[in-house]
Ligand binder design. Sequence first.
Ligand SMILES: Nc1ncnc2c1ncn2[C@@H]1O[C@H](COP(=O)(O)OP(=O)(O)O)[C@@H](O)[C@H]1O
Ligand SMILES: [Mg+2]
Length: 332
Amino acid sequence: MPIKVLEILKGGSLGRTELIQTHLGELRVRKSISSLKNREYGEVRWHSQLKRLQRYDSLLPGLFPKVIQLGATEDSYFFDIEYFKGFCNLKSFFCDYSPNHYQIELIAEKVIDCAARLHSYAIFDSYPGSLGVYLQEEVLQKLSDACEDTRFEVFSDISTIQLNGLGMPSLKSQIPWLREFVAKIKNGTECFTHGNLTLENILINPNSFEIRFIDPYDENIIDCREADFSQILQCSSSHYGIMSDYEPFVNGASVFLDYKIPTPLIQFNEVISMRFTSSGLDLNTELLDFLHFSQFARMLPFKVQSGDLKRAILFYALSCKLIQEMRVRYGN
Ligand SMILES: Nc1ncnc2c1ncn2[C@@H]1O[C@H](COP(=O)(O)OP(=O)(O)O)[C@@H](O)[C@H]1O
Ligand SMILES: [Mg+2]
């Protein structure tokens, strides 16, 4: 049946997300992926999203989009999902709207409530050693993969780097401390998680402030509440997403990024950070901070491989800053 592509919501080398219209006039979102190229980070992730959407829609109807149908072409697979008309993602919302403080508090509360519905669904024991595997796979292995590019390796070997004029020890020089720190973190329980809870994957209706989640993935390794919340912090506190709209500048050991943070995002970060450290949520803040740091480390090889060396260096510098802050917060 013929379909019309109305808008490309997100394009990439492996896959894309499009707003489509069926021959009956129905609006849907189509997520397609190459069935041939880079299947580990393409098709496998795409499939993990499909299974999460299937299960979460059945457990928590209305929070995630419904899957409508699957399909295949010669070189790709796709699934169509329900389109949330009138919704926009939280990153765009904070850039384009001017919510007041009360509304920002309401939004933060609703986001936490939606996550809590998912997180409360099942509680599993976490296996001993999970965090060690996470550190190895998502931080050390990813760093080593990124270092296959000699220009990245040269930067990562500098012992003190600067981010926007602020000096700090390199991530590489902090690895012994990091190993010790991670070995002491207690990860108690795991639960169902979103797996990719960035502000671009949280939708809001700007009139009713209803919240929806999209774009989940099975890639946390440790499915804990802190993993999801660390991805919110990655956006609200470390400005991932907003930073993507600006070009970093690298000169020797110094990295600069001149960017503007929308005021509502600053206020949202204040509110949500306070909630994350409040006794009510009872989060493990050492785990939360470590996972927040790791979100930047785990992306390094993908930035290098996509040819965006300057952003890989920026993310490396951000990971150095977050480790430095952890050392100040938790002592040496
Ligand atoms: N079901 C949906 N309803 C409304 N908007 C959507 C929907 N799915 C995606 N979008 C919009 O498209 C953007 C990209 O979609 P997403 O599924 O997150 O793709 P990607 O996997 O490329 O990140 C989202 O940030 C959101 O703005
Ligand atoms: Mg997304």
